[in-house]
Design a protein around this ligand. Structure first.
Ligand code: SF4
Length: 201
């Protein structure tokens, strides 16, 4: 929908390093077939050794910190210089998203635009069918919302759409859609980050 209006609209893909192989292949397929202007985002390199040393424990023991380093901070960095960004969140997905507005001015001055807020899951399915769009390959295997591999499980047909995300870890919302993201970047160095960790929780 967006690229019909602006064909070379930058599409930001956050490569957390924890994606399913299926996700990376799907990203490559639609990027090529649709000629998308995809910009890959990765965490700041000064975090590499910390993340590698804690690669297995990080998503399990501190998913907020993991999301901050691998998603939120790369997006904050990538959006510097932009005035607005577009998100595909819907009100029927989570309690946080149910309270969202179509236009939200973030604390950092960025405008967040949520054009699909009032769409339902059924609206999305109908649009996919009507326009013959491909679905993520894991969808038919019971993954009804796909995030990173360590934080996503398959669910039953009657479960909440996002029940398979961070299941049993007390985390229910992606950091990109919380105050964690909309505030100014709170850390440029590991030392500052350790001092400011309470702000991330
Ligand atoms: S979804 Fe999981 S693995 Fe991905 S960045 Fe967040 S905590 Fe880390």
């Amino acid at each position: 929908m967006a690229t019909r209006i602006i064909p070379n609209l930058p599409v930001l893909f956050i490569d957390t390093g924890y994606h399913f192989w299926d996700t990376l292949m799907f990203r490559e397929k639609i990027a090529e077939e649709w000629g998308l202007n995809i910009i890959d985002l990765r965490r700041a390199s000064h975090w590499d050794s910390f993340v590698r040393q804690n690669a297995r424990a990080l998503p399990v023991e501190d998913p907020n910190l993991c999301c901050y380093l691998n998603k939120v901070q790369p997006m904050q960095t990538a959006l510097k210089g932009y005035k607005a960004w577009i998100s595909g969140i819907r009100r029927d997905q989570t309690a946080v998203r149910a309270r969202a507005n179509f236009l939200e001015l973030q604390e950092d001055g960025l405008l967040k635009i949520n054009p699909l807020l009032n769409w339902t899951k059924a609206d999305v399915s109908r649009y996919i069918e009507e326009h013959d769009l491909p679905s993520h390959p894991l969808y038919e295997k019971g993954y009804r919302s796909v995030g990173c591999a360590p934080c996503t499980i398959a669910i039953g047909v009657n479960d909440d759409e996002r029940a398979g995300r961070w299941a049993g870890r007390g985390k229910i919302e992606c950091g990109l859609h919380t105050a964690m993201f909309s505030k100014k970047d709170i850390s440029e160095s590991q030392n500052e980050f350790q001092m400011d960790m309470t702000k991330v929780k």
